[in-house]
Ligand binder design. Structure first.
Ligand SMILES: Cc1cc2nc3c(=O)[nH]c(=O)nc-3n(C[C@H](O)[C@H](O)[C@H](O)COP(=O)(O)O)c2cc1C
Ligand SMILES: [Fe+2]
Ligand SMILES: [Fe+2]
Length: 393
């Protein structure tokens, strides 16, 4: 096939793959726009290196693309910024051909390369923060950036080109476009990715930003989505998101079987809107988890609605509350709304589930059957309280 392998910067080529049709990631996250696995070839005057590779199923494509640009057998290094299979699987296929190439990674990455990909120890080169690798007229510098989003992660910086290869950090799940300025709404796509993948590691993310703060970065080349040839905007957003800065926003998430809980949530939405709070609104029956993750990045409050089902929360609401717990969004306030038929129990369970989070639960309204006028009045009162807290902090 005739493949596209653009030279994204002097002597640096994109040899990644576009996965236009992929619709799910990590058996969890919907991919409405597919994704890309960005892999890069650096051709120095005295050596070459491949930076990250591609997802299982794209090995042959990578080999073909590399073969059209260089003698794969003579490749000197494969840089593994991250050991997750979407970037590291095809490393094995490349190293089977380039039998002298060494795999360059962090200490933890080396262990993973042995466990996951059976790379023999004698082919591993372990690098530490600040180490460099000379390829003649190209110099690679390694920056340890652990826990973004696995323990072994690092960035690679090519000094002469001022390019930062950040792997998943600054990534976006979309197959569209090669450069940031070619994708409309890219910040929204990147925010969704941040919420899904990086939000639980905000503090580590902030540390990584601090490390690269004074570096001269002309291009950020992540391993998913477009390459940032205008890196300022995404850097600015990452400063905000990793700091956990929230807006006057509330996210409303609920499940409802017969509409009683839904009416409570809708009434809360009306009050919050009337109070000037921005809202996002998700019925878990058809909500996209990625959209919820995106809204969690900068919402200040959450309203969770669930009926009681067999003495507990609705299973979809359990799922949502669990996501809130593990994704660690910067939410400050919470409100619980619930309808039950005879004994209740959902609110008890929800309070338990939210205990390990930093969310201050301002109130819970649990009603029997559909809401009465008095119940709606109570919801309005609680909504006004919630809005006041959102606005005062
Ligand atoms: C499958 C099923 C299981 C239920 N289990 C309970 C229960 O264990 N305890 C209870 O108080 N109500 C239970 N209910 C009643 C609902 O909680 C009640 O109808 C509530 O008003 C439904 O709210 P919704 O309209 O938001 O779905 C159950 C209802 C269904 C359909
Ligand atoms: Fe990853
Ligand atoms: Fe990835």
């Amino acid at each position: 096939m005739n493949y596209y392998t653009p030279e994204i910067s002097d002597s640096i080529f994109w040899v990644g793959s576009k996965d236009w049709n992929r619709r799910m990631f990590d058996a969890l996250i919907p991919l409405p726009d597919g994704t890309s696995y960005n892999s890069y070839l650096v051709k120095g005057s005295r050596g070459s290196a491949l930076i990250d590779s591609v997802n299982p199923g794209f090995e042959d494509e990578l080999i073909d693309k590399l073969g059209s640009l260089t003698d794969i057998k003579a490749l000197d290094f494969v840089i593994m910024n991250h050991a997750e299979p979407d970037h590291a699987t095809a490393i094995k296929a490349v190293m089977d051909i380039s039998t002298d190439a060494k795999l360059v990674t962090t200490q933890k990455g080396a262990k993973m390369a042995q466990v996951f990909y059976k790379i023999p120890e004698q082919r591993l080169v372990i690098v530490k923060d600040g180490d460099t690798l000379e390829l003649g007229d190209r110099t690679l510098r390694f920056i340890e950036a652990p826990w973004l989003h696995w323990p072994e992660t690092m960035f690679t910086y090519v000094q002469e080109n001022r390019i930062l290869f950040s792997c998943d950090y600054f990534g976006a799940h979309t197959a569209a476009g090669f450069y940031d300025d070619e994708v409309e709404d890219l910040i929204s796509v990147a925010k969704r990715y941040f919420g899904e993948i990086m939000m639980p590691f905000k503090a580590k993310g902030a540390q990584a930003l601090e490390k690269i703060k004074d570096m001269d970065i002309a291009i950020i080349a992540p391993s998913h989505g477009p390459i940032y040839r205008n890196p300022e905007r995404i850097l600015g957003m990452y400063y905000i998101w990793t700091a956990g800065k929230t807006q006057e926003k509330a996210i409303l998430v609920y499940a409802s079987m017969w509409g009683a809980t839904e009416a409570m949530v809708k009434s809360m939405a009306e009050t919050l809107m009337a109070e000037g709070i921005q809202i996002s609104y998700f019925n878990l029956l058809n909500a996209d988890i990625g959209d919820i993750a995106r809204e969690l990045v900068d919402s200040r409050a959450i309203v969770l609605g669930t009926p009681t089902v067999l003495g507990e929360m609705h299973p979809l609401a359990v799922y949502a509350a669990h996501l809130v717990k593990i994704l660690k969004p910067p939410l400050r306030y919470g409100v619980a709304l619930s309808s039950y038929g005879w004994g209740g129990g959902a609110i008890r369970q929800l309070s338990e589930m939210l205990k390990p989070t930093k969310i201050e639960v301002l109130g819970a309204i649990e009603i029997n059957g559909p809401a009465s006028d008095e119940d709606f009045n109570n919801i309005e009162l609680l909504g006004k309280q919630l809005a006041a807290r959102i606005k005062s902090s």
